[in-house]
Write a protein that binds this ligand. Sequence first.
Ligand SMILES: *Cc1c(COP(=O)(O)O)cnc(C)c1O
Length: 864
Amino acid sequence: MRAIRRFSVRPVLPEPLTGLGTLVNNLRWAWHPETQDVFEAVDPQLWRTTGGDPVKLLGEVPAARLDELANDQAFLRRLELAVSDLNAYVTGERWFQADAGTPVSSVAYFSPEFGITHVLPQYSGGLGILAGDHLKAASDLGVPLIGVGLLYRHGYFGQSLNREGWQQERYPLVDPDGLPISLLRDGDAPATVTVTLPGGRELHAQIFIAQVGRVPLLMLDSDMEENEPAEREVTDRLYGGTTEHRLLQELLLGVGGVRAVRTYCRITSHPAPEAFHTNEGHAGFLGVERIRELAESGHDFDTALEVARGGTVFTTHTPVPAGIDRFPVELIQQHFSPDVFGDGVPIDRILELGAEDFEGGDPAVFNMAIMGLRLAQRANGVSKLHGVVSRGMFSGLWPSFDSSDVPITSITNGVHAPTWVAREISQLTYANADQGDSEGMFEGLDKTTDAQLWETKRILRQRFIDDTRARVRASWINRGASEAELGWVDSILDPDVLTVGFARRVPSYKRLTLMLRDPARLKALLLHPQRPIQIVIAGKAHPADEGGKKLIQEMVRFADDPEVRHRIVFVPDYDIALAQPMYPGCDVWLNNPLRPYEACGTSGMKAALNGALNLSIRDGWWDEWYDDEFGWAIPSAEGIEDTDRRDDLEAHALYDLIEKQVAPRFYDGEVPGRWIEMLRHTIKELGPKVLATRMVRDYVQRLYVPAAQSSRQLNSTYDGARELADWKKKVRSAWSAVRVDHVELQGLGDVPQLGTTVGIRAFVTLGELTPADIDVEALHGRVDTNDEITDAVRESLSLAETYEGNRHRFEGELKLDRTGPFGYTVRVVPKHPMLASPAELGLAAGPSDPEDPNTPDLPVGSEF
Ligand SMILES: *Cc1c(COP(=O)(O)O)cnc(C)c1O
């Protein structure tokens, strides 16, 4: 019989144990081992069988045991200490208050997924894990963030395999009553938000709060009785369903999310955010909603756009154009038409925001990334290399600029050490584990001997192997094997063998099966008589990705072979619970993406913090921080068009590296000195760079604070915003008359010499604009064979004289500070104190004949 409705009955804790409820309801326990110890002490057996889920634990622990604990003075003291430690963590002054000086009231951080703990399965992969780590690090630093996401009733799928090694998906129901989250209430009733849909339908959502240390995460849930059945299903699962379904999710996240933030701030008297951050384009409608709010209070579209833009930060995560979210224009038209979304925001203006109105664009689609860039005054990619790739990828939006001028910066991702570092490692390495990232965090490592480190790694390898064996056994039973046939599983993997980890989602660019290019060669590495390796692999393919499922099947079939199955294992259901013991249990973390498609990658960072060495293609973060003390770079055969040949070359380079460098170094003696030296370097030198606290500080200082300042200035009276909007309009309409008429150099001499300073004069015509509206820039640097200036240095020239007809002479100096081919040019760009980049309007005017900066239409030296 199927129940018509289900709910969980929460236990009533005896009065002395109410502190347990307090501890469970703040997810800080997810990264605080001492709090987990308290849960474990409640019932060690249950703690294990519930897989470390404190809500389940308290739901299942016998009442008699609770009564016993309520009278156990030692336990009560421990509980009290844990609660007061949590209180101190939540209320104390941290980096943001002490060092940064509280420069932002608060920041709203939107993401379609959040990976915070294994008990809250609301993520699919790196994007969600990153968002979770962002919240946790913000909490550790005291940054006043409000997270905004959806509560998916079926989360992302759980993965298993069938007999043939084909991926099976299951979507277990997530029951909010069984999760460490609570419903936001407005008085007696649940707080709700509503988004109007076409055809007079309404989409309601209630708001659950997951308290992530100091940071509240608002999760919108449409599974409410007030909704029609179709609307109830909007938040059913992550990344599933039709295009329209996805649009409804994004509407709820962006539009509903802003409304949820307003509701939360009103109910809890929380300061309103001064900056809004959209983690990838999915939440981009938040900007449209903020424009609507402003329009409702009487502002015209352009003023509202400036205010919203000034306070918005957009982070792009994909270097793959196919990975960008796009919707048919008609769908947007339907959902944002005036009778649905209100008549303050003209639909044409909304459509313009996501229009691909550049070369190669498709007029029938609405592009969420393009809208993200137009609605956010500040944007970034997630590693240095990804910054370069993103500037190239979106350069069509700034056709008058070189891609190096495209206003997309980069902040390299990081990982939350307290979540990901094994306790044994942090005890050996951290000087002060609680602060998360104080100066000299890893100093403790200096007091640890090589033998201690090596022994610790062996313990961690063994733990990971135990976990893996249990998973492999369960997987085989699920695949139809009987217990009796599975004796061999107890001896798979060996705690003294070099352990290589490979775990990630399975999109084609990550090349799960690259290691299978030459199966005989791989087999030889696995079965080497003196220096064998063992490989543990995990990863989910998107349910609609048949190609990815084929790759998994290929991998599984190889690993099923009795000859190698003790040395290579595919473990199903990669998630946080699998990942946590995996990183510390590995000696080498392998990553072989097709460069440059890995925007950043974070798993290698987590492995590094646990003393694993990276073996990777130089892509994403590894391109930036690779050092031969931290691991090995697999050479990338990027120039080669033939992908088969490229895979062959890169795979063989990988085999060679393992055989000739990695394995010999690992097996060099009882305690391999050189290996451990690299391990120490990795933790001490690379460790501080890859921390999420470093990342969040970068976001605060480089993006949130400037965005909050813009937002404050534009918001204070709205005069600033209106003035900026009017100014942009004026500049755009006057721009066609702006030009550089003529440029000349003075004092160059016959043979230009290093160290010479030459004068540069530029004569410009400004039409309707004044010199205050513009900047005249000299760009100079090395030129390549096409006369393109590379690594251009920009210098502003100063106004020297004004002539009739709104013509002006600007002057400055160029220093010839390098030998070889040198080139220069001059351009005019708009200038305004509220612009974040000179490229913001996409307008630049250069000499009318770019081939010859000296003589466009006037003879050299002529006067106006
Ligand atoms: C870290 C992590 C990821 C992301 O790893 P990438 O290297 O960015 O691909 C995905 N899933 C889980 C469970 C993780 O812990």
